[in-house]
Design a protein around this ligand. Structure first.
Ligand code: COA
Length: 445
């Protein structure tokens, strides 16, 4: 069967930067180490006055289409995944299409457009929809444009404030892809949970500690489901393991638990057993608490083994490079983790074509999904065209007062009118309001 997967990818960060150690920590009277060491985050990306989820999505998509030599007639569907939509009816994908139609002669009138919602996992669900649409034979030789775009803002002084971020990832899904193909095998872990939600409100209600527990529980279920479907999870099988990354510290916690699960009954468990013993098995304990305590001790010892640390440094740590600098992009977060790993491989000259990645997505509410991806022979040519490193370096570094103002600019309930900190250059910008309360956009040369 023909391979289907990501043929091209483009990333767009918000143009403003909030430095967590230098700017946020002192103003909040916090130790910078809480953010840099505890959460593993150095900075957040935020949108300038004229940026939002539509401009970031449209600008990423435009660059991607130009690079791939595509026009609207080559695109058969546009799906936007977001949890920061500003309209309960009209999908963000229509706004994005409207932007793109300003710069192309053709239109997207025959493309199916939609919006996907399930917290941070909806970007991966939209990839799934595109895969199924192509495999069902409905694509008529056209590709799907999947865009994950979010402005992840929390209420001021919420514990989540330090994990904010804003950006978009546009992905072109097609047959015989250039970057990765998707596995048919996939696993789900899904349950009705109340860890993070926005019931008709802009800023989330979050039970942060609980959301971390739910992330780990659903991810384990998804892994078991993936294995039940025949997916191989031997840790040495993968070049990278990109996880949903609300902040790198979350991934550090998930990685060691995943490693413990995946080495069970393998050569690696035997190898580390010489130093730390074999994993506790529930049948060896009368009391569940004792078993859980033994598992905790084993996991701690495992995290200190050379086997684990080498594996983590090779397969997981590189995927955090972008996240550390930009914060949580919600729906885009697992997709920048994939890009970060591939960028590291490119910079280091690693030969990974034909290798596999195991991708772990998660959305609060809650659902995890795991699938595998196979790196295609042109992955490096695609990744070397990305400008995300330069975009990150060129962000405007906000003072704390400026940060407070920009938070208000993007707060739907606040009235504020300030000058942008950056100048638009050949891009879509937010341009005010229309007569029915719609947001309007224009392309600035
Ligand atoms: N140096 C080093 N580490 C430090 C530190 C310092 N000075 N101060 C604190 N830390 C560590 C803490 O020990 C903790 O690590 P641990 O979890 O391994 O114990 C970590 O930094 C965070 O500190 P904590 O006090 O727990 O932060 P918090 O209560 O302010 O909130 C979240 C952290 C993640 C709960 C919060 O940012 C949040 O609600 N985020 C949004 C929800 C989210 O992203 N959930 C993830 C699943 S999707």
């Amino acid at each position: 069967m023909t391979e289907v997967g990501i043929d091209g990818i483009e990333v767009r960060t918000g143009k403003l930067k909030l430095d967590l150690a230098e700017t946020f920590a002192p103003a909040q009277d916090e130790d910078p180490g809480k953010f840099t060491k505890g959460l593993g985050l150095y900075a957040s990306s935020l949108p300038d006055v004229y940026e939002d989820i539509v401009t970031m999505a449209a600008n990423a998509s435009h660059t991607l289409m130009e690079r791939k030599g595509l026009t609207p007639e080559d695109i058969g569907r546009i799906d936007v995944a977001t949890e920061s939509a500003f309209d309960h009816s009209k999908p963000v994908s229509t706004y994005v299409a409207g932007c793109l139609e300003q710069v192309y002669d053709e239109d997207f009138h025959h493309a199916n457009k939609g919006e996907r919602k399930f917290a941070c996992i909806s970007g991966t669900q939209a990839l799934d929809d595109a895969f199924n649409w192509i495999r069902a034979g409905r694509a008529r030789d056209r590709a799907a444009l999947v865009i994950a775009t979010d402005t992840a803002l929390y209420a001021r002084d919420d514990p989540g404030e330090s994990t904010q971020g804003a950006g978009a990832v546009a992905m072109l899904i097609d047959e015989n892809p250039d970057v990765v193909s998707f596995s048919v095998e996939q696993g789900y872990g899904s349950a009705d949970e109340t860890d993070f939600l926005k019931p008709n409100q802009q800023f989330p209600s979050v039970d942060g500690k609980r959301s971390m527990q739910v992330y780990l529980a659903r991810m384990r279920e998804a892994l078991e489901d993936f294995e039940a479907m025949g997916g191989n999870t031997h840790p040495e099988n993968f070049a990278f393991i990109p996880f949903h990354t609300p902040f790198p510290g979350m991934v550090e916690k998930a990685a060691v638990l995943g490693y413990r699960h995946c080495i069970r009954g393998t050569d690696i468990e035997e190898e580390v057993a010489e130093k730390i013993g074999r994993q506790p098995r529930p049948e060896a304990f009368d009391d569940e608490e004792e078993y859980l305590e033994a598992v905790k001790d084993y996991t701690e010892s495992l995290s200190e083994t050379t086997s684990y640390q080498e594996w983590y440094q090779r397969t997981v740590e590189p995927t955090l490079d972008i996240s550390r600098e930009v914060g949580n992009w919600y729906t885009g977060s697992v997709h920048i983790a994939r890009v970060a790993g591939l960028k590291r491989a490119l910079d280091e000259g690693w030969e990974i074509a034909g290798d596999q990645m195991l991708v772990g997505s998660y959305g609060s509410g809650a659902q995890a999904e795991i699938h595998a991806e196979t790196l295609q022979s042109n992955w490096a040519e695609e990744i070397e065209q990305l400008t995300i490193t330069e975009q990150i370096e060129n962000r405007y570094d906000l003072s704390f007062d400026e940060y407070e103002e920009i938070h208000d600019v993007h707060n739907h309930d606040a009235e504020t009118d300030i000058e942008p900190r950056t100048t638009p250059d050949a891009e879509f910008v937010f341009d005010g309001w229309g007569r029915m309360g719609e947001r309007k956009y224009t392309y600035v040369e």
